[in-house]
Ligand binder design. Structure first.
Ligand code: MOS
Length: 742
């Protein structure tokens, strides 16, 4: 295996040409016969009931096929599931769309028009007249006093949790050096370029969904439960996803609406959310307020670490995040206490967004660590090394691998950290305040069971299939490389297909688990194919391989040979000799004992330079340097791209991104890309990412740890710490708006 070393080489994206030439078909672009178009009407109050809904004018618009409201929608079974899907909150129940007159948030779908064209549907939707009985008790303000009491972590099962080791409160009280503060992470909105869209088409009792999703198998399971139909009557197709960042993990109610509308009208129906609709219907990073208290000895060793978080959720579900895992694991500290609380509000349920929870927890923790370094008069890197966690003290387990020291050293060196003058406001250039700051990055590595199939064809190419997704990180390409490497084939001889429930089972494409989960299944499928080829060879009636023991065979250069050098036969010829058009094999992989005995995690160190205008308070980021331990790197080109993409997201988190919430009306005020700010090219100057040597074969046979969320982790606090160094002003509320610096 791997004599041609495809793994580790910078292969260009195999799906790149299709995307550039417009041949990649996204969910909204499929054109089943008789396609009709759906437009939504959203609620305009945060809480209450619909008093009346008048659709008579809408029905007069030419081309209108149907108007669906709670008054005429079929009552759906919502069959009980033993367990909610892994990507759904553990407590509460999803929105049952159009099933009653209740309004639970402003921006909730309350009607849907189906018409021959999208213009007709939107025109009719505008003509629907709604009156409400508003609820005077609407919970539109974030109020920490309403935080649900946390449970001991062992009992929490994804709900508000609480952990303790040692006695953090008294250790903090008696610490000679202390810092304490409140940190605000505002609600943020995923804004993938591709809008969420579903096309639903019924053929008798069989449903096809073309959907933007990070998990086709769960889409199918979810719709089967909502409509109470067998899973084998549903096919979900999703070959390309134009970004998602977590917004397409769950199967949201617009997918239910599309399937319902197609059923009611007997047409194929397309429902594509508008940018505005997406802000209140596909989750968001929850508004989270945190309190951090750090106590240290004079030499910098942490004596106490207390971190508490209050996160917002909806009135109908408890969406809890792993915000407090970083403060339990990142540093060595004997006295540690964390408490997570949820605040119910009249909002749509939040969801995972890029390093969900972790990025939020790391943001507060890493600014607090910088504050402690200042209080101690200690270098921020030295402080982190002083408190290096040799083991995972939260789970009391060894790390399966950890090269964080190398990350600090590499990134500090690449950045030129030794030239930093520690005093705030001491580095200025051309009237601008220059600041250098850093932070640790961490994101857990997990894997889930996965399967893949492989078919070897006579022309010597192989076709790999699994139900995995590729929302942009390069699944098509990296899986192609794993197959090519295992089979010793050139990448041109491998075709990889994904995003279809007809393919072998794959887990959710999120939480950075795809490479460790699906990659190992692809490797297993290719090994199973080699085994089959070997068995066939040994059983042949003549020729060089007759009766050959498996350990005498060599799979090399797209064919089979004997290890002693003889008998090379290309696969195509081999299949022909055996009278086969193709040969199929399948592989599966799943986590083993290591998931019990070890903790696996990706790590990184991020260094930032900022320039702050002292008069205007504007912050520019001329430079970010990160070094990462992500296990083995399958494709350095795509891995680098993933990391600098995460850094751009981190710049957004630090300086720009914020859902503007009007708590008088409980409304999102900036539900568009003109007013919800994300970094643009002009905001990005120099981004450097590198990978330290790492290969985690304890975690999985590919040695990868997962590379996605780690790229945003730590970026915002590194920038915030650089801003403090530049200005002497500590900003603990994101984003760092100019007015917060003046
Ligand atoms: Mo990512 S938030 O796991 O899609």
């Amino acid at each position: 295996m791997s004599s041609n070393a495809v793994i580790g080489s910078p292969v260009s994206r195999v799906d790149g040409p299709d995307k550039v030439h417009g041949r990649a078909t996204y969910a909204a672009e499929f054109k089943p016969e008789g396609l009709a178009y759906a437009a939504l009407v959203l609620s305009r109050i945060p809480s209450g009931r619909i008093k009346s809904i008048d659709v008579s004018l809408a029905m007069t618009v030419p081309g209108v096929v149907s108007v669906i409201t709670h008054e005429n929608a079929p009552r759906l079974p919502y069959k009980e599931m033993k367990k909610r899907p892994q990507v759904d909150p553990k407590a509460g129940g999803q929105l049952r769309v159009f099933q009653d007159d209740k309004v639970l948030w402003s921006g909730q779908p309350i009607a849907c028009v189906v018409a021959d064209s999208i213009e007709q549907a939107e025109t009719a939707a505008d003509l629907i007249r709604v009156t409400y009985s508003p609820d005077a008790q609407a919970q539109t303000k974030f109020d920490r006093a309403l935080g649900l009491k946390p449970a001991p972590e062992a009992e929490a099962d994804g709900r508000p949790g609480e952990t303790q080791r040692g006695d953090a409160a008294s250790a903090f009280d008696s610490s000679p050096v202390k810092v304490e503060g409140w940190y605000l992470q505002p609600r943020e909105q995923h804004n993938p370029i591709e809008l969420h869209a579903t096309i639903a088409k019924w053929d008798g009792d069989h449903l096809t969904l073309w959907d933007k999703t990070q998990w086709v198998d769960n889409d199918r399971a979810e719709i089967a439960h909502v409509f109470d139909i067998p899973q084998d009557k549903i096919r979900v197709i999703s070959p390309f996803v134009g970004g998602a960042f977590g917004s397409a993990l769950r199967t949201w109610h617009h997918v239910h609406i599309a399937a319902m509308a197609a059923k009611m009208t007997g047409r194929a129906v397309r429902l594509e959310l508008t940018r505005r609709e997406q802000f209140t219907n596909t989750g968001s990073r929850p508004h989270t307020e945190q309190h951090v208290a750090l106590g240290a000895l004079e030499d910098g060793r942490l004596a106490a670490l207390i971190q508490e978080a209050w996160g917002q959720t909806s009135t109908y579900e408890e969406y809890a995040e792993t915000t407090l895992d970083p403060p339990r694991q990142t540093y060595s500290v004997a006295n540690n206490a964390t408490r997570y609380r949820l605040v119910h509000m009249n909002v749509n349920t939040p969801t995972s967004m890029r390093a969900p929870g972790v990025a939020t927890g790391v943001f507060a923790q890493e600014i607090a660590m910088d504050e402690l370094a200042v209080a101690l008069g200690m270098d921020p890197v030295e402080l982190r090394l002083k408190n290096y966690a040799e083991t995972d003290e939260y789970k009391s387990k060894p790390w399966s691998s950890k090269e964080l020291r190398a990350c600090y050293a590499k990134a500090a060196d690449d950045f030129g950290w030794s030239r930093r003058s520690p005093e705030p406001r001491s580095m200025q250039d051309n009237g601008q305040l220059v600041g250098w700051g850093m932070a640790t990055a961490i994101y857990p590595s997990h894997r889930s069971p996965a399967q893949a199939t492989v078919r070897l064809h006579r022309d010597g190419h192989v076709l790999l299939r699994t139900a995995a997704s590729d929302m942009g990180p390069g699944t098509y390409t990296s899986m192609t490389q794993v197959a090519a490497d295992t089979l010793d084939l050139p990448v041109e001889k491998v075709r990889f297909e994904l995003g279809d429930t007809d393919f072998a089972m794959a887990p959710v494409h999120g939480g950075s688990i795809t490479m460790a989960s699906v990659g190992t299944a692809v490797m297993a499928a290719c090994q199973a194919l080699q085994k089959k080829v070997g068995e066939l060879a040994a059983a042949s009636s003549g020729g060089p391989f007759k009766g050959a023991a498996s350990d005498t065979l060599l799979f090399q250069g797209g064919g089979l040979a004997l290890k002693n050098g003889g008998g090379f036969t290309p696969y195509g010829e081999f299949l022909a000799q055996h009278g086969l058009e193709w040969l199929d094999a399948e592989g599966k992989s799943e986590p083993g004992a290591e998931s019990e005995t070890h903790t696996s995690s990706a790590f990184g160190a991020v260094f930032a330079e900022v320039r702050v205008d002292p008069d205007l308070g504007t912050v520019r980021v001329p430079r970010l340097v990160g070094a990462y331990d992500v296990g083995r790197v399958i494709n350095p080109k795509i891995a680098h791209s993933q990391c600098i993409g995460g850094m751009v997201g981190g710049i957004g988190m630090a300086l720009l991104e914020m859902v503007e919430w009007d708590d008088r009306y409980g409304r999102v005020m900036n539900a568009n890309l003109a007013e919800y700010l994300v970094p643009v090219c002009a905001d990005i100057v120099q981004l450097e990412a590198s990978f330290v040597p790492s290969d985690d074969k304890i975690f999985n046979p590919l040695g990868v740890k997962g590379l996605a969320e780690i790229a945003i982790s730590g970026v915002a606090p590194a920038i915030a710490n650089a801003v403090f160094h530049a200005t002497g002003k500590r900003v603990r509320d994101l984003p760092i708006l100019p007015e917060r610096l003046l």
